[in-house]
Every structure is written in C-alpha cells, then in structure tokens.
Design a protein around this ligand. Structure first.
Ligand code: OSB
Ligand code: MG
Length: 357
C-alpha cells in the first residue's frame, strides 16, 4: 500500500508499505491482525520476509489446531522461540481478535480497557526543508491532534524545534531520534531542554539503557524509550536505573497484546506514563492499537492517527477517524471494531498462503 507521502526517519524512508495480514480462523470466525515489519531490518531486525518465514515455519505450527480457553495462553506457546516479536505479535493479536468475537465482546474490554475515547497524536517524518515541515505540521495542528511528534537526527534538530516553537507556540511537541545520537552528543540534546518538549524518544542506541540513564541525568526533558524496550522486564530494568521517564508501547515490538498489557502494568505500578506507538499501520493494526490504548496507564496521546494520515483508502470499514477535539471514539462492537474490507484487501494481495490443521 502506497503511503500518501514517504515517511522518513533517521534510519531511512518508507514509501510503499508491504503489509502482511494474518487471519486466524476458528469456529467460522476470522480474527485479523497486521504484521507491521518494515521493508528492511531498519527499526528492529525483522522484515516482512523474516516474519513470513517465522509465521509459516514456527509460529503457526505452534498454534494451529490447538484449543484454548483464553488468548492469554498463546504467548506461552511461543516460549521456546526467541525474539521475532513483530511476527509473534501478529499471530497472537489475531487470536485475541478471534476470541473477542467468539465471546461477543469488544477487544478492548477483553484486554481490560475501559476508556470510551482515546487521545491522539501524530508522528511527522523528516522533511526536505523547514518550510515544508511547517506546512505539514500546520495541517495537523489545525485538524486537532493533541501531540505532534517530530523525527530528528543530527543536523535536523535544535533549529527545527526552535522554528516549530516560534510558529506554533506551546503546542504539545516531542521529538523522536530513532537512535541517531551517541552519549557524546549530550550537549546538543541539552540544547533541546529550553523548548519544553513533552519528551525525547530513543535518542541513543537501539540496544542501550545504560547510556540513556547517564543522559537522562543531564537532561530536563524526559526520555521516552522505544527501540530498547522489548518486554515488561526490560521496562522494569530501564525504570530502575533511571534510563527513561516515559515508555512507548508498541504491540509489535513487545511481541503481542499479553506482553503489551504486562509492560503497561509494570509502568502503571511504577508511576511511569505510557503511550501507544505506531508502525505506519493500516486500519487493521490501528484497531489493535486503539484497543490497547484504552488501558488506564496510557495517559499520553499516542501515535495512532486517523487512517487518512497515511492512506487514500484504508482496508477497513469504517476508516479510523479523529474527532475535532483530537480523540478517537472507541468502537463498542465485538472484536477489533472495524470490519476488514475483503474486496480491497484481495485487490491488493500479491501473495497468500493458507495453513490448515
Ligand atoms: O519510531 O515510532 C517510531 C514508524 C516506523 C518505525 C518507527 C517509528 C515510526 C513512527 C510512525 O514514528 C508512527 C505512526 O504514525 O505509525
Ligand atoms: Mg520511535
């Protein structure tokens, strides 16, 4: 699916999303979820191709034909399989959706969530120049988003934020570096303190929490971790050493909905606010993000923007829309809450494989 505009981060650019959709069928009901690996191993080590392989050769065989009482059992069936979180999340989340429909409850309620609307932010990629960035941000601010997140990298940071503050006043603003800095860059990052950012996301290495702890001591701006936090235990450790004051929870990065819930619980108990990150999902992934965001610890606006932020035509009905006050109303229907448009899905499908018991 072609993005309305290319999305650029410090690690690269996505233009066309190769989306892998998992459909889990049981008792005549279809659960859906999205595997949101990027086209290459740039965000984490997974790709669409590695996920296909893991699903077909390891994950689906661990699940297929196996009865369960509750979808919280699925994660345990993957116990012997290391990492590959994006692939596992796709299958596990599809089974949660299947279960929610089977018990005729909204997925968010099965997860233990209760909000009826969620706060929405938007993530804005690196632009060719400041003027075009400001035009993009202006559109999003006008439409009501409650948080604007700007991608930064060395050379596209302090002056960019300064200009945004000049033009947009005290709009809730944050920056995401996707690991583009080293601890030696602390001086540059400290210069961001004067702009009152809500937080700075993943400034240092994707596999680090130690240097982040050292950096957090030098910054007033809260650090939010994304890439470095893979499960609830990681979150506990990072909080314990002061590596961050906020955590971005992505269902895919953490390996599924059970893991996302567990991470949420750890953060809530520690008083660390969380928000739901995004991976340029179609509506299918967005539906799951909306559901998990209804848990009480998701107190900051997430990256789950409206379908129209990325897609001319989404593959769900209705598309995800945002109210003028910058919220999304949580659908009160069984399962994921948005119907998959089969015709549009089929039309775009280039490869499919069915695995039967
Ligand atoms: O770091 O949060 C990130 C997209 C792809 C990979 C990593 C990230 C992102 C985003 C986009 O920031 C969030 C979204 O709008 O889906
Ligand atoms: Mg991020």
């Amino acid at each position: 699916m072609k993005l309305l505009a290319p999305f650029e981060t410090s690690f690269g650019r996505e233009d066309v999303r190769r989306v892998l959709i998992v459909e889990a069928i049981g008792d005549g009901i279809s659960g859906f979820a999205e595997c949101c690996a990027l086209s290459g191993p740039f965000y984490n080590e997974e790709t669409v191709g590695t996920c296909w392989h893991m699903l077909r050769d390891f994950l689906i065989p661990a699940v297929i034909g196996r009865p369960f009482e509750h979808p919280s059992e699925i994660d345990g069936w993957f116990h012997g399989i290391r990492r590959n979180h994006i692939a596992r999340a796709a299958l596990e989340s599809a089974v949660w959706d299947l279960h929610a429909q089977a018990v005729q409850e909204p997925l968010f309620r099965v997860l233990g969530g209760s909000k009826t609307r969620i706060d929405v932010g938007v993530s804005v990629g690196i632009h060719p120049d400041l003027a075009s960035l400001c035009r993009t941000v202006e559109g999003f601010v006008r439409s009501g988003y409650r948080k604007v997140k700007i991608k930064i990298k060395p050379g596209w940071d302090v002056e960019v934020i300064r200009e945004l503050r000049r033009q947009f006043g005290d709009v809730p603003l944050m920056a995401d570096a996707n690991s583009a800095y080293r601890l030696q860059d602390a001086d540059t990052l400290r210069r961001l303190d004067e702009f009152g950012l809500m937080m700075i996301e993943q400034p240092l290495s994707h596999d680090d929490i130690i240097d982040h702890a050292a950096l957090q001591k030098q910054l007033k701006t809260p650090i939010c971790l994304d890439e470095s936090i893979h499960h609830a235990e990681d979150a506990r450790r990072a909080i314990a050493i002061g590596a961050c004051r906020v955590i971005n929870i992505k269902i895919a990065r953490v390996g599924g909905l059970l893991s996302a819930k567990a991470m949420h619980d750890v953060c809530l108990a520690a008083g660390v606010p969380v928000w739901c990150g995004g991976m340029l999902e179609t509506g299918i992934g967005r539906a799951h993000n909306i559901a998990i965001t209804t848990l009480p610890g998701f107190t900051l606006p997430g990256d789950t923007s409206a379908s129209s932020r990325y897609w001319a035509e989404d593959i769900i009905d209705p598309p995800v829309t945002m109210e003028p006050d910058g919220t999304i109303l949580v659908p009160q229907v069984a399962g994921r809450g948005y119907a998959v448009n089969r015709a549009r899905l089929d039309q775009r499908t280039v490869r499919s494989e069915a695995v039967r018991v």
